[in-house]
Design a protein around this ligand. Structure first.
Ligand code: NAP
Ligand code: G4F
Length: 349
């Protein structure tokens, strides 16, 4: 019998990588996608074609749904009867969560509860549950952050995710549900959403390499992040659900870089060296060769409150799950550049 997985957030970065990973493992995969006025399936188009449209025995199905709709979630859980649920759906942008705090709480906090309640009420089999928690829950706590670090969120997103994290643990302990959270540090890929800093930097740098005009408008240059590759992180999601006992794990690379360093490295790989001038909101990055301004700080991209330093200690996952990231930071940056170069060159043809 093939295992059945239900993934919320299937159209997102992790949803696409996880679906591909599970399909290769011979799962039947059901994905929940939101209705939108324009189609946004580009990350899963290839697998949909291969495992649904062109397959004699389809193993990939899509369902309309929304984690803010409890009737819809319980109906899908009842109808599909999955062995494993991966809850990846979220309003996942930290800055946007300051502008849509109530919606973020509903989707990222209560959305988790809706799945857990549906699982608790489902009596035909035991369903395993994975929750995508986040290093944003650590907020102001100093690095390296591990499973025992105090949570101190600094954004509506971090607070909503912390509710999702705790309610997962509470349902595990109260109802003996196999429910666990991966406390995921930042993870990127060519499929990263375009308003997150890594993708935004790579896009602007590639554009500059082609038109010699593009200026990257950026916010806080000094924050540091622990950036891994999404492919490594989705594999870990599956590994956590294959363990005998459910538990929570920090998933990180244990190294961090500043936003400024990420920018310098990206432009360097494209053949440009940056000289920084000015301070604070007047800081600028100059292309050493041409003397042109290529990076400008813009107050629009600052948050009302910032998480300054994130660097995870994922020794528990290393020891207990035998997991460690395979793709390093430099490879990640190069892969993102290569993908973007191909895309923009094609567009310009
Ligand atoms: P993403 O690219 O932003 O994808 C989020 C997904 O959730 C999208 O498919 C989105 O649908 C869907 N979604 C949003 N609101 C929804 C709702 N109300 N109902 C149903 N679906 C909804 O995020 P990601 O990077 O793949 O991250 C996956 C999960 O891991 C998220 O929960 C995120 O918070 C968490 N996480 C991510 C990172 C990271 O660095 N990537 C780190 C820690 C935790 P649309 O495509 O229609 O928008
Ligand atoms: O790429 P970011 O928007 O990611 P952030 O805020 O760390 O959140 C991501 O990682 C979390 C895990 O820690 C996830 F839970 C969450 O869902 C998301 O995937 O920003 C990274 C850093 C921040 O310090 C931000 O202030 O980059 C800084 N930054 C500077 N300029 C910018 C910009 N961020 C964005 N998005 N856009 C800018 O122009």
């Amino acid at each position: 019998m093939k295992k059945i997985a239900l993934i919320s957030g299937i159209t997102g970065q992790d949803g696409a990588y996880l679906a591909e990973f599970l399909l290769k493992k011979n799962y039947i995969v059901h994905g929940i996608k939101r209705r939108s006025s324009s189609v946004n399936n580009y990350r899963i188009d290839d697998i949909y074609e291969k495992f649904y449209e062109n397959s004699k025995n389809p193993s990939f199905y899509l369902h309309y749904g929304d984690v803010t709709d409890s009737l819809n979630i319980s109906e899908l859980v009842n109808k599909i009867g999955p062995d494993e649920i991966y809850n990846l759906a979220a309003q996942s942008h930290v800055k946007v969560s300051f502008e849509t705090p109530e919606y973020t709480a509903n989707a990222d906090g209560l959305g988790v509860l809706r799945f857990l309640e549906s699982i608790r009420r489902y009596k035909k089999k035991k369903i395993k549950f994975y929750q995508a928690s986040t290093s944003e829950m650590f907020g102001g706590s100093k690095p390296p952050q591990s499973e025992t670090t105090v949570f101190a969120p600094k954004s509506p997103y971090g607070a909503a995710k912390l509710y999702g994290h705790w309610i997962t643990k509470i349902y595990r302990e109260s109802y003996n549900i196999f429910a666990c959270s991966g406390i995921l540090f930042n993870h990127e890929s060519p499929l990263r959403g375009e308003t997150f800093v890594t993708k935004k930097v790579v896009r602007a740098a590639v554009k500059y390499s082609l038109d010699k005009k593009e200026i990257l408008q950026i916010g806080n240059l000094n924050a540091t992040r622990d950036w891994g590759h999404a492919k490594d992180y989705v594999k870990n999601m599956w590994m956590m659900l294959q363990k005998k006992n459910a538990d929570d794990y920090v998933i990180a690379t244990n190294t961090s870089y500043s936003v400024k360093k990420f920018i310098e490295l990206t432009y360097k790989y494209l053949g440009f060296n940056i000289k920084w001038t000015g301070k604070g909101l007047n800081e600028k990055g100059i292309d050493l060769k041409s003397g042109k301004i290529i990076v400008k700080v813009n107050s629009k991209y600052f948050r009302p409150n910032e998480v300054d330093n994130l660097r995870g200690n994922s020794n528990k996952a290393k020891n207990s799950l035998k997991w460690k990231p395979k793709i390093n930071f430099k490879h990640l940056v190069k892969e993102m550049i290569k993908y973007e170069l191909e895309l923009q060159t094609k567009k310009n043809r």
